[in-house]
Write a protein that binds this ligand. Structure first.
Ligand code: COA
Length: 180
């Protein structure tokens, strides 16, 4: 997948170590918006930390594990999606997402993740695609619902962020549900 069109002027494509400067600038721009929800908002602070973060996904992808994609809107990096985990042995993967505020409300994430679920299930034979969110992230919950996912349950104090341990809701789409 070099580039997948998700809407007029919007494309999903691989986010790689050579994009580090652009990714660092994007995270810097969106940091306040992402920090309450996303771990890398605190970890990616300059081009070097951005490159390290992207290199980790490049290494994972080389081993057929996790992978990360950017969303470009009119040529500007405005967000992205990732397979935080991608375990072909168990057939389970987890999707994560983020957007700059100016890119919200256009359906970009819903369409991008629909494509990822389709690829994971149809092309890679995955059995279960997971989505995790803290229970007070209404926009994230709305995406999971819009995709037709089911809430499996809550992992208590599973997610440490900003010095606080938050609960995680686990949502999922199963292959036989998706293919129905
Ligand atoms: C979570 C997040 C990615 C969701 O972004 P989003 O813009 O709400 O999601 P989408 O891109 O799928 O867009 C859906 C919105 O576009 C609208 N929309 C327009 N066209 C659409 C289309 N063709 N298909 C679906 N939705 C469409 C929907 O009605 C919805 O609008 P609403 O918010 O007014 O109800 C974003 O809020 C974010 O980055 N938050 C901070 C980081 C974060 O929380 N990440 C997730 C951690 S679990």
């Amino acid at each position: 997948m070099l580039s997948y069109p998700i809407a007029d002027g919007a494309e999903l494509r691989a986010l790689e170590p050579w994009n580090a400067a652009e990714f660092a600038a994007h995270v810097d721009h969106a940091r306040d918006h992402l920090a309450p929800w996303i771990l890398f908002a605190a970890a990616v602070t300059d081009v070097d930390s951005a490159r390290q973060f992207l290199q980790r996904f490049a290494d994972e992808q080389a081993a057929d594990g996790g992978r990360i994609y950017g969303i470009w809107l009119d040529g500007e990096l405005v967000g992205g999606t990732l397979f935080r985990t991608f375990d072909t042995r168990s057939g389970v993967c987890e999707v994560g997402v983020w957007l700059s505020p100016q890119a919200e409300g256009r359906g970009l994430i819903t369409r991008a993740v629909r494509h990822m679920i389709d690829w994971a299930i149809r092309d890679r034979g995955m059995s279960r695609v997971e989505w995790r969110t803290v229970p007070h992230n209404a926009r994230s919950q709305a995406v999971a619902k819009r995709l037709g996912m089911t809430l499996d349950g809550v992992l208590r104090e599973d997610f440490p962020l900003g010095g606080v341990r938050h609960n995680s809701e686990v949502w999922s789409m199963l292959a036989h549900e998706w293919l129905r």
